[in-house]
Design a protein around this ligand. Structure first.
Ligand SMILES: *[C@@H]1O[C@H](CO)[C@@H](O)[C@H](O)[C@H]1NC(C)=O
Length: 396
């Protein structure tokens, strides 16, 4: 019986051989232990990772959420740049609606009494000129302050710049106060109201938990240890939990994330569905590559003088934008994910014999005996013969 002769008859012959597994019992304590140990590892994986950690038996749903915010606090400023002034929420919070993203003004450059007229460009924004030929009428540089009129004018006694048509006097935003104007904003508080829904499980929750009554809400303030459920946060606490210093951040502004994690386990034996707050600075504050730091924008307030001329006060506002970010998934026992995940996990049990076979036939000291017994080629006259190849296993 030459099976590897290569003639066409023999390859056809082996193609139509039927192979059927036969049980070979190996009474070896070592191999038996390895086999049971490998099975135990698979079972531990299924129980520990798939069931306990991944909760593979649960159906999941993602969150739908809405957030409203309300900032409170007052400040009084008395600095050399500005008249003494009282500030309330309508002055320093933008936009006023109380969205999930709100801005608290902390520092500013104010340019009052601007009117539409002509004035020489700032020397740091454009090249100096010598005479009118250096200026081009109608040209406007997007980084400049206005549209050039074609004249070269004295900016100061030493510098001449091109005249522009603009809101004059021009804003000089290099004069940013070194200490935040509204330093008192660190003591402002914000009330965050957050309602969420998991539509698949028909679960509705809000971050003002059922045990919070209105008198507690009037006086409480969030503290991770003493008042972890209070939805009123002091801005300074939010920022220090994010690892930043309020007064530092208030000078040039920044973006801060208030993260609310609503991960819920809705099974009756877990029954956990509470918000978890965390805070994190979201804009880049890389200590080395710190070009263009902070957050600012400009807005203006418009007036008419008694003689009918329009004037405006331009404000370059620096401050902290708070973004409330709500996330989470809910899980609840479901029969379909249970079957699918357990089936997939237990299929690893089917790999165990293949691994043990390989170990047995390559590493065991009695591998020659085992491989002779492993494949039996049945000869037509009814007598069984061990592998014709002698030691190789699995040859056809
Ligand atoms: C904030 O309030 C604390 C006491 O509640 C006070 O010591 C601190 O000076 C206040 N901060 C500012 C900038 O006013």
């Amino acid at each position: 019986m030459s099976k590897n002769a290569g003639s066409c008859q023999s390859c056809l012959h082996s193609w139509f051989d039927y192979e059927t597994p036969k049980t070979l019992v190996i009474p070896s304590l070592g191999i038996g232990c390895v086999f049971r140990f490998a099975q135990l590892l698979v079972v531990l994986y299924v129980v520990g990772y798939v069931c306990v950690l991944q909760k593979g038996y649960q159906e999941t749903d993602s969150i739908i959420s809405t957030v409203t915010t309300k900032v409170k606090g007052y400040a009084f400023t008395n600095t050399s740049d500005m008249d003494p002034r009282f500030w309330d929420v309508a002055d320093y919070v933008m936009p006023p609606q109380g969205d999930n993203s709100f801005f608290v003004l902390t520092n500013m450059v104010v340019t009052p009494g601007q009117i539409q007229s002509r004035c020489p460009e700032l020397p740091n924004l454009s090249k100096l000129c010598v005479d009118d030929c250096d200026c081009m009428e109608g040209y406007s540089d997007p980084r400049g302050s206005g549209i050039q009129t074609g004249l070269c004018e004295n900016y100061s006694t030493t510098a001449k710049t091109c005249e522009v048509l603009s809101w004059c006097p021009l804003e000089i935003d290099t004069r940013l106060p070194k200490h935040a104007l509204l330093a008192a904003a660190e003591n402002f508080t914000v009330l965050i109201k957050n309602s969420i829904t998991y539509p698949k499980f028909n679960v509705h929750r809000r971050n003002i938990l059922p045990h919070i009554n209105s008198s507690y809400l009037k006086r409480c303030e969030f503290n991770r240890v003493t008042d972890p459920d209070c939805p009123i946060f002091r801005l300074k606490d939010i920022i220090s939990e994010a690892g930043e210093d309020f007064q530092d951040m208030a000078v040039k502004g920044g973006v801060l994330g208030i993260l609310i994690d609503w991960s819920c386990d809705l099974d009756w034996w877990a029954g956990k569905c509470y918000p978890k707050y965390s805070f994190r600075r979201l804009d880049n504050k890389h200590p080395v590559n710190n070009v263009a730091p902070g957050y600012n924008f400009r807005f203006a307030k418009y007036y008419k003088t008694p003689d009918g001329e329009e004037t405006r006060t331009l404000i370059k506002a620096f401050g902290i934008r708070f973004d409330v970010i709500v996330f989470g998934t809910a899980g609840k026992f479901g029969i379909v994910p249970t079957i699918v995940n357990l089936g997939a996990a237990f299929s690893f049990l089917g790999l165990v014999p293949a691994v043990i076979d390989w170990l047995m036939l390559t590493c065991s000291s009695r591998r020659h005996l085992y491989s002779r017994q492993k494949v039996t080629y049945l000869i037509e006259d009814g007598e069984a013969e061990s592998t014709p190849m002698g030691t190789s296993y699995g040859t056809q």
